[in-house]
Design a protein around this ligand. Sequence first.
Ligand SMILES: [Zn+2]
Length: 325
Amino acid sequence: MNSAGRASPRIGYSFLKLMTGSDLANRRLPMIGCVSPNPGPLVWLTACSHGDEVGGIAVIHDLFRRLQRQLLRGAVHAFPLMNPLGFESGTRNITISREDLNRSFPGNLHGSLGERIAARIFTRILDAAPDLVLDLHNDWIRSIPFALLDPATAALPAAAYERTCTLARETGLCTIIETDAVEHSLTYNLLARGIPAITLELGESRVVNEIHVVSGIGAIWNVLAHLGLVAPLTEPFRYPLPPRYAQGDMLQYSDKPVGSKSGIIRFLVEPGTEIKAGQAFARITNAFGKHQETVKATQDAIVLGHSDSAAVFPGMPIMAFGIEV
Ligand SMILES: [Zn+2]
């Protein structure tokens, strides 16, 4: 009971068994659950399927600390660290098999290592029948946080897709639709089974950036409040965006135009700012500092992020944009 005499939410820590390692150690995935005595929706959070995308782990830790006192109804469950092998070596893929876990869903209990891990995660989540899954990722070093949606395809039930769009708008983040369907991602496979699922790209990879942790918690709290699991913040979280892009409209992801020369990239516009068609966004110089190319936007857009590379080759993306659909 808390001081107000209400029953408190219960927090629990458990494991999902994966396999026995060569050292006979149990390889298992940590799970966290916070359950209110009052029935309500179930939300699943997942993080670090890409081992170098670590920010979501901290978002989950800080969020559960708050939920322990503030979850009003329903439950929140989480896999905070889905790819420990990648995490420990600072690599995106599962180190041993070099597989991308987020290209291995829905998985196969008799398939490759990645498919077996994916199958266990996927089955555990499906069995719980959540109302929403939020999959936490990180992007380029210089990138703003955004909510990423799978593109609508005939394989995705319309009702679940609509619901996903509604919940994505609640995040207070820029909402971006992926260019192509990624048919073996976690979110795509959940959506295909009628479970709303959103990827949150929360700024840079490799290290925990506390600024993006705050954005991640704000975005998730908005959604939990919309679903009635927690009380809304007095001032709901809104990531600061240029007015034209702050209305919650769905934007399309684009990494075009790409460069057509080799050289060194000098970025001319900042992530989170607006860019107009025809505006220069990058200058490419050669090793003598001589100008090779000025790359210009082909349409109005918001800048989502800068490439992590200073080197550019013909055809290589330089920036990511959100463009109006
Ligand atoms: Zn990722």
